[in-house]
Design a protein around this ligand. Structure first.
Ligand SMILES: *Cc1c(COP(=O)(O)O)cnc(C)c1O
Length: 377
């Protein structure tokens, strides 16, 4: 059997061990230390905007903290994109708040502005204006930043930007991770760069960052003993993981270039192929890191996304259906939803393709051969 081709596997840059070794040498084996501060500075420099970064144990922790920082209370409504990974929505439940799921629009597959407004009006009609909008840049594609910002300002509802999949993406030359009132990154093993597990919260001022660090390190008040006037969380990033992150930051630009190159190879594969549509940037305002390349397949005879997934599995090539929308998940049944069903159709026909920055020429030959086989069948 040929070796497994993964959808997106970790791709080390080479310098990671140097930073980890430094942590060992100085005995900084804890959820704080020079690598944590260093990674935060690397990210602030990369994002190139007036932002402050707090490195945390996961993207999910960052989303949870952002809801806490916004003062979300039990029973509050929070709007969330339906087509996403469950980690975007779960923290709403941690807070005892109620998600309102919203459909995608066709250009970016992210929040549909009209459906967002419907969801806001629904909340207002129940006497509870939603307290936050969680906007995702799915698969690296920025959401409709200007439209969502306009709605957020008009109704005075803050945006939490879930950029877990879009580090390195940009909209109108501004980096993803800088658009939300609060923004979130993930460094899980499958993301464009990884710290094995980790995430970051991005905020606009130092005071918010200090608060995030305080809450993520068990909310210890300033006293010789442990004094607590707040409920704390153990959400800070470990100095070892941050060492991996520092090494990964050295190669981030290369990783983005490679994933975009992958996308161009798929563009060539599907050029002039009927029934296959690659999800691409709608216009020049959008710059996607193309974390994953995704193709939509119009079912035609025996060819459909699931048949292709199984064929590729036989060849030991991993593909995967796109995220199953949250409003279709058993755990979120009975949750309000606004939309016209686009995310459901995308779920039916979309297929995530191998997109790692470590795909080599031999992998590409196998992927191309497998598609040729499908096209000829
Ligand atoms: C990965 C991911 C998260 C969660 O990040 P973790 O670091 O795995 O907790 C949140 N939202 C989206 C869209 C993701 O893809």
């Amino acid at each position: 059997m040929d070796k497994k081709i993964w959808l997106s596997s970790p791709h080390m840059g080479g310098a990671e061990m140097k930073y980890i070794q430094a942590a060992f040498d100085e005995n900084w084996i804890s959820p704080l230390g020079p690598n944590v501060n260093g990674l935060e500075q690397d990210l602030e420099r990369f994002l190139d905007a007036n932002v402050h970064v707090a490195a945390l144990s996961s993207g999910t922790a960052a989303l949870h903290l952002s809801l806490i920082l916004l003062g979300i209370k039990a029973g509050d409504y929070v709007i969330c994109q339906s087509l996403t990974f469950s980690a975007s929505a779960n923290p709403i439940i941690y807070m005892g708040a109620i998600p309102i799921f919203v459909d995608s629009e066709k250009d970016t597959w992210n929040l549909c502005p009209n459906a967002v407004e419907d969801a806001i009006k629904f909340g207002i009609s129940k006497g509870k204006k939603p307290k936050a909008i969680i906007a995702v840049s799915l698969y690296g594609m920025p959401y409709k930043v200007d439209e969502i910002k306009e709605i957020s300002e008009r109704y005075e509802i803050p945006v939490i930007e879930d950029s877990a999949e879009s580090l390195g993406s940009a909209y109108k030359n501004q980096k993803c991770g800088t658009f939300g009132d609060l923004s979130v990154l993930s460094f899980n093993g499958n993301k464009i760069i990884t710290t094995s597990g980790g995430g970051a919260l991005i905020v606009k001022n130092k005071e918010f960052k200090n608060k995030a660090v305080f809450l993520s390190t068990q909310a210890k008040d300033d006293a010789p003993h442990y004094e607590h006037t707040n409920i704390g969380y153990n959400y800070r990033m470990s100095n070892i993981c941050a060492g991996i992150g520092r090494g990964q930051m050295e190669v981030l630009e290369k990783r983005i270039a490679k994933r975009r190159e992958n996308h161009n190879i798929y563009k060539r594969i599907f050029k002039d192929v009927e029934h296959f549509t690659l999800h691409t940037e709608p216009d020049a305002d959008y710059f996607s890191n193309h974390w994953l390349s995704v193709v939509c397949i119009n079912p035609n005879g025996d060819i459909n996304s699931d048949a292709i997934r199984l064929k590729f599995l036989e060849k030991n090539i991993e593909t995967r259906p796109i995220w199953k929308p949250m409003h279709l998940q058993p755990v979120f049944k009975d949750t309000p939803y606004f939309g016209s069903g686009l995310s459901e159709r995308l779920f039916e026909n979309g297929l995530c393709l191998p997109s790692g920055s470590n795909l080599d020429a031999n992998d590409w030959e196998r992927i191309k051969d497998s598609f040729d086989m499908v096209f000829k069948s």
